[in-house]
Design a protein around this ligand. Structure first.
Ligand code: NDP
Length: 330
C-alpha cells in the first residue's frame, strides 16, 4: 500500500534543523500537484504526507470527473499515480506529520515534524485538506469503529449482505450510498431536510437504486447497540415521529472540517477554519506561506480544483523565491 512505499519521516537522531527550500504539508491532489511543479522547478520539495497519505481520495470509490480518465479511476489508485509522478521528479515524500509551526518571524520558518524533527523552511505550501465531520451524539462516539464509520469504502465490506444506514445528502453521501447498495442488502439514507444537496446526477443514481430507501426530514436520535451497531432511532417528519431501523452498520457522510488547527495562531482563516488567501493567488497573510486544496476551498472542493490550486501554490512559491533572490530585490 501507499504507506509502505514512501519514506518514513526523519527522526530525532538529527540534532541540527533540516533546511528545506519548499516544504509541502499534506498529500492530496493539491499537495502532489504542488510537489510535481515544485520539483520540476528545482525547489527540491519535501512533502510531509500525513497519517493517511493521499487524503480524502483514498477513501473514495470511482472518480469519474477527473479529466484524463475516460473510464474513471479508483481514488486510491489515482493518488498513487500522483505520488509516483511527484517522486519521479525528485520530491522527497515522507510519511509523517508536521506537529507545530512558527510563522511569527521572517523565513526560514521553524516547523516541527512528528514532535521531534526540526525544520527550517524557506517556503511552506499548506495542502492539509479537510476531515470528516461527525454528528456529535454520544452513541456515535461509543460505537465508532464498532459499526459506526465515516468511510463506506473502507468499512462497507464488513457489512456485506447486511442492512446499513448512511446520514447525509451531499455528493459524498450519495456516492457512498450507491457504493454500499452494491454490497449490502439494504441502505437507509437519512436526510435531514426534504431535499438533497447533491448534484442532480448523484440524486438520480440514488433514487433509482432499488435497495436504497431515502428517509427525508429525519434526524438520528441514537445509534442503538452496546458493543456493535444494532439499529438507529430516528425522529422523522414535522411531528417528530420515532422510527427505528434495524441496521448493522451506520455511516456518516455529512461533510468535512479543514485541517488547519495548527496554523490558527498565524494564518487568517474563516469561522470554520478555511484558510484565507489573497484572491486569485494562493498567498496567505504570511509571506512565503501558501495554501491550496480543500484547506482553503469551501466552495469547489473537487480533486481537479485542488490540483489546480496546488499548481498555483508551487508557481507562487517559485516566484516568491525568485523575487527574494533576485539582485534587484537584494
Ligand atoms: P456537503 O457539505 O456537500 O454535504 C454535506 C451533507 O451533510 C449536506 O447534505 C448536509 O445537509 C448534511 N449534514 C450536515 N450536517 C448534518 C447533520 N448534523 N445531520 C445530518 N445531515 C447533516 O459535503 P460532501 O462531503 O457531500 O461534499 C463535499 C464537496 O465535495 C461537495 O462540493 C461535493 O460536490 C464534492 N464531491 C464531489 C464528488 C464527485 O463529484 N464525485 C464526490 C464527493 C464529493 P444539508 O443539505 O441539510 O445542509
Amino acid at each position: 500500500m501507499i504507506i509502505e512505499t514512501i519514506n518514513t519521516s526523519k527522526t530525532s537522531s538529527m540534532n541540527t534543523p533540516e533546511k528545506i527550500e519548499c516544504l509541502i504539508v499534506g498529500s492530496g491532489p493539491a499537495g502532489y500537484t504542488a510537489a510535481i511543479y515544485a520539483a520540476r522547478a528545482d525547489m527540491k520539495p519535501v512533502m510531509y504526507a500525513g497519517m493517511q497519505p493521499g487524503g480524502q481520495l483514498t477513501i473514495t470509490t470511482d472518480v469519474e470527473n477527473y479529466p484524463g480518465y475516460p473510464e474513471g479511476i479508483m481514488g486510491p489508485e489515482m493518488m498513487e499515480l500522483f505520488r509516483k509522478q511527484a517522486e519521479r521528479f525528485g520530491t522527497d515524500v515522507r510519511y509523517g506529520m508536521i506537529t507545530s509551526v512558527d510563522f511569527s518571524g521572517k523565513p526560514p520558518f521553524k516547523l516541527i515534524a512528528d514532535e521531534k524533527h526540526e525544520i527550517l523552511a524557506e517556503t511552506v505550501i499548506i495542502a492539509t485538506g479537510a476531515s470528516a465531520k461527525w454528528l456529535g451524539i454520544p452513541s456515535e462516539e461509543k460505537l465508532n469503529g464498532r459499526g459506526v464509520s465515516a468511510c463506506a469504502v473502507c468499512d462497507g465490506f464488513f457489512f456485506r449482505g447486511k442492512d446499513v444506514a448512511i446520514v447525509g445528502a451531499g455528493d459524498t453521501a450519495c456516492e457512498e450510498a450507491s457504493y454500499l447498495a452494491k454490497i449490502c442488502s439494504k441502505v437507509y439514507m437519512i436526510v435531514r431536510r426534504d431535499e438533497f444537496r447533491a448534484s442532480k446526477a448523484m440524486q438520480h443514481r440514488v433514487l433509482n437504486t432499488p435497495n436504497i430507501e431515502v428517509i427525508f426530514n429525519a434526524v438520528t436520535e441514537e445509534i442503538l447497540g452496546e458493543n456493535a451497531v444494532e439499529g438507529a432511532r430516528l425522529k422523522v417528519g414535522s411531528n417528530g415521529e420515532t422510527r427505528t431501523i434495524d441496521v448493522k452498520g451506520f455511516f456518516v457522510a455529512i461533510g468535512h472540517q479543514p485541517n488547519t488547527g495548527i496554523f490558527k495562531d498565524y494564518l487568517d482563516m474563516d469561522e470554520t477554519g478555511y484558510l484565507l488567501t489573497i484572491p486569485g493567488t494562493t498567498k496567505t497573510n504570511v509571506e512565503g506561506v501558501f495554501a491550496c486544496g480543500d484547506a482553503q476551498d469551501k466552495v469547489y472542493r473537487q480533486a481537479v480544483t485542488a490540483a489546480g490550486s496546488g499548481c498555483m501554490a508551487a508557481l507562487d512559491a517559485e516566484r516568491y523565491l525568485a523575487a527574494k533572490h533576485s539582485p534587484v530585490e537584494a
